[in-house]
Design a binder for this molecule. Structure first.
Ligand code: ADP
Ligand code: MG
Ligand code: MG
Length: 250
């Protein structure tokens, strides 16, 4: 589904190379985890995949469902179902969460040339998805992220993913401290989204998250490349022994 070959990417107008020959394939239906030391380029990879401004591909290729997406705008990638979950949730005073999620869904539909969702259809959809994550209607009426706890913000982030139903979901769980509650929310969301025609890339520092998610593959990233790949046991090994072995190998 996602095929990345020899990807090189830079910031600062090509002055600063960060990804240096990265290869990665994620087949449809699979969940892959990426782990690796701070600064190895994990977040950069997620930005490059979603086409964020300021991250330039200098070599290599990214194809999504057989299509080279290197020249597509972020909106065009989103319309194809490539979705990066927000890592640092913003507060939007005055905008009820319900409204925000509905507008996100309608923006996605518009980009695909589809009609807006009707109010009753949206309510049916949001009730169904909110139930999976134990989110109350009261909470959905509150303004986006204002006064939400870390776990509640996480719930909203995952709820949005459940509503938008991306074909390919990228979750970057970088430096944010995930407590047990948030770990559960993220893993319930990922597990609810698992499907034979969807794939996910979960970037995480948390071995414990991978206990709940049970990824099909685990990759280690170091210095802008994937330097090791394996099954879930690789995450356990990293937890026990750290990244040293792989960092040296890079
Ligand atoms: P990770 O997510 O693995 O911690 P990042 O992708 O955030 O790594 O960063 C990789 C390296 O690229 C770091 O050295 C970081 O400082 C640098 N970097 C990332 N984005 C930028 C940017 N916009 N401008 C300058 N340096 C950047
Ligand atoms: Mg970082
Ligand atoms: Mg990061």
């Amino acid at each position: 589904m996602l095929d990345i070959s020899n990807l090189h990417a830079s910031v600062d107008n090509g002055e600063k190379p960060i990804l240096k020959g990265l290869d990665l394939s994620v087949p449809k239906g699979e969940v892959h985890a990426i782990m690796g030391p701070n600064g190895s380029g994990k977040s950069t990879l997620s930005y490059v995949l979603t086409g964020r401004d300021g991250y330039d591909v200098t070599e290599g290729k990214v194809s999504f469902e057989g299509e080279d997406i290197g020249d597509l705008e972020p909106e065009e990638r989103a319309a194809r179902g490539l979705y990066l979950s927000f890592q640092y949730p913003v507060e939007i005073p005055g905008v009820p969460t319900l409204t925000f999620i509905r507008e996100s869904l309608n923006a996605q539909r518009k980009a695909r040339g589809e009609e807006e969702v009707s109010a009753p259809d949206f309510m049916r959809l949001i009730r169904e998805k909110a139930a999976i994550l134990n989110v109350s209607m009261d909470m959905l009426k509150r303004p986006v992220n204002v006064g939400f706890s870390g776990g509640e913000k996480k719930r909203m982030e995952i709820l949005q993913a459940l509503v938008l139903e991306p074909r390919f979901l990228i979750l970057d769980e970088t430096d944010s401290g995930l407590d047990i509650d948030a770990l559960k929310v993220v893993s319930d969301g990922v597990n609810a989204l698992r499907s034979p025609d969807r794939a996910m890339l979960v970037i995480t520092h948390y071995q414990r998250l991978l206990d709940y998610i049970a990824p099909d593959k685990v990759h280690v990233m170091s210095a802008g490349r994937i330097v090791a790949s394996g099954g879930p046991e690789l995450a356990k090994e990293l937890e026990a022994e750290g990244y040293d072995k792989y960092v040296r190998a890079a």
